[in-house]
Design a protein around this ligand. Structure first.
Ligand code: SF4
Length: 509
């Protein structure tokens, strides 16, 4: 297993083509705009070496028996699923942002499960190929970026009916030794600081979309692959110093990027789906299930930090014990723990798939994510409420650093006696970063938008079973257990009840 430092050094050996703000980036590791994201991902490596955390951060490979980082492990039990979300809450607490590595992990697990099932139906050897790939991932402790979302063009048209054929990633050509692919994947978390990219289809495909039913893995510096790093709220504050960025160590959200595949060659041994359109729904839903279940882990870790920050700000302004503050902080905790309970439940309710890997409960995973799309906004609203207007009106650190005005500004931000104003400013900037910035829409759209979760919840919500339950209670259908309790059939029972109540009424009148 690599340490955090090893991981950063390992990125130096790669040479991906990356653009940002109209410029080509020479060194990922030395680019100040990327560094916080790299540090956040590095935490997933570092904590696996900490004796206090290695039980949840490391695992044993079911392929080799070696000790590996949990982020390269395909879940082999309910315990693995639970440890994964515990690791995510911990990492959220340690970074207060997206540490990115879960998307690749979920991609590995989803492809593992699906490749096995494809082989069962078609006699292909995808699972064996994938296991060979997984061994490499585990051996080198690689971080693969999970790439699912295509550009998608006109959403009312299927991939094969689009005017521009490359708005969905596709097989352009099939060769003896591999395939040539074209297209793009959008807003891919942690892409520029990953070692590999693992792709998956973004939606259900039909027979006409066969060439879009595609999954493969390639190194990030494969010829023909181009990354364009996305803009984020306040991103260039990183160039102003160490305070205004709010979380200068680990950044904000996951360093997303657009990945363009321009006639990229992929050898067959790295292809795990090539045309089996009837397995696209399974792959998409398996990945989505894994990834949506995570959000009650990582986002709750972030909630722990923002609740702490809000409490500290209130305390240092002398209102820490005011009843309205205590009430708001309590609300924040209750919402965060509700999401946590949900995520634990969907891990404990997991099940073994035919491949041997464990999957979470998909209905509960979608409920986790739907809750997150609302509750993150709600607890961040309360964080803004507690922090007050300062979080959007603070002067810049460039003003604070200017000797002509800096001292005067600092004096305006005194709170309780003995607390350095600069500490108050730093904490307010952290709360601003977490509650006002890109983290909010990330909670909304990451792992799929609310409508996607509702589709899955409606599909798996079991309406028919609920209707049957209501019918039984209302007496529209037979209730065997009730009949056993009363020792007779319902019709006789209600006849007797009606007779008795009639007699009672006569007596009363
Ligand atoms: Fe992981 Fe996704 Fe959470 Fe980022 S948002 S930490 S990738 S689960």
């Amino acid at each position: 297993m690599m340490t955090g430092k090893d991981y950063i050094e390992s990125l130096r050996a790669l040479n991906p083509e990356i653009y940002f703000l109209g410029h080509k980036i020479k060194s990922i590791v030395d680019e100040p705009m990327f560094q916080p994201h790299i540090h956040a991902a590095a935490m997933t490596y570092e904590l696996a070496h900490d004796p206090e955390h290695e039980e949840i951060m490391a695992a044993t490979s079911h392929l080799t028996g070696e000790k590996i980082n949990r982020f390269t492990h395909v879940h082999q039990s309910i315990d693995d699923l639970v440890k994964k979300v515990r690791a995510m809450r911990l990492l959220g607490q340690k970074t207060a942002t997206c540490f990115q590595r879960c998307v690749g992990l979920d991609g590995l697990c989803a492809v593992y499960v699906t490749a096995y099932d494809i082989d069962q139906k078609y006699g292909t050897n995808y699972h064996e190929r994938f296991n060979n790939y997984l061994r490499e991932v585990q051996k080198h402790d690689w971080m693969p970026a999970g790439a699912m979302t295509d550009a998608r063009g006109d959403r009312s048209l299927r991939p094969s009916k689009q005017v521009h054929p490359d708005v969905y990633l596709r097989i352009k050509e099939r060769l003896e030794d591999g395939i040539i692919v074209r297209g793009a994947k959008t807003h891919i978390t942690g892409a520029i600081n990953s070692h590999e990219i693992i792709t998956m289809p973004t939606r259900t495909m039909t027979e006409d979309d066969r060439d879009y039913a595609l999954s493969f893995a390639i190194p990030v510096d494969t010829r023909g692959v181009t990354f364009v790093f996305s803009r984020q709220t306040n991103d260039t504050r990183r160039l102003d110093g160490t305070i205004d960025a709010g979380n200068p160590k680990y950044g904000i959200v996951g360093g997303e990027a657009l990945i363009i595949f321009n006639d990229v060659f992929v050898p067959w041994e790295r292809v795990f789906m090539a045309g089996e359109y009837d397995f696209t729904t399974q792959l998409v839903e398996t990945f989505a299930g894994y990834h949506r279940s995570n959000y009650g882990g990582c986002k709750v870790g972030l909630a722990d930090v923002v609740i702490g920050g809000s409490a500290w700000v209130a305390e240092t302004h002398g209102i820490g014990r005011a009843s309205h503050i205590v009430d708001k902080l309590t609300e924040m905790i209750a919402m965060a723990e509700t999401c946590w309970s949900c995520t634990l439940a969907c891990s404990y309710e997991g099940y073994r798939t035919p491949s041997g890997a464990y999957h979470i409960n998909p209905l509960l995973a979608n409920v986790v994510k739907l809750n997150i799309t609302r509750m993150v906004y709600e607890w961040m609203r309360l964080a803004q409420d507690i922090a007050g207007g300062k979080i959007i009106t603070l002067p810049s650190e460039l003003d604070l650093a200017n000797p002509e005005e800096g001292k005067m500004i600092e004096e305006c931000f005194y709170g309780k006696e003995g607390i350095p104003p600069m500490d108050i400013i730093k904490m307010l900037r952290l709360v601003e970063n977490m509650s006002v910035g890109a983290g909010l829409p990330e909670a909304m759209h990451g792992a799929g938008s609310p409508a996607a979760q509702k589709i899955m919840i409606a599909r798996r919500g079991g309406f028919e079973r609920k209707v049957d339950l209501a019918k039984q209670i209302a007496g529209l259908t037979k209730d065997t257990h009730f009949e056993r309790i009363i020792g007779k059939d319902e019709e006789t029972h209600w006849k007797e009840v009606r007779t008795k109540t009639k007699e009672k009424r006569v007596q009363i009148s």
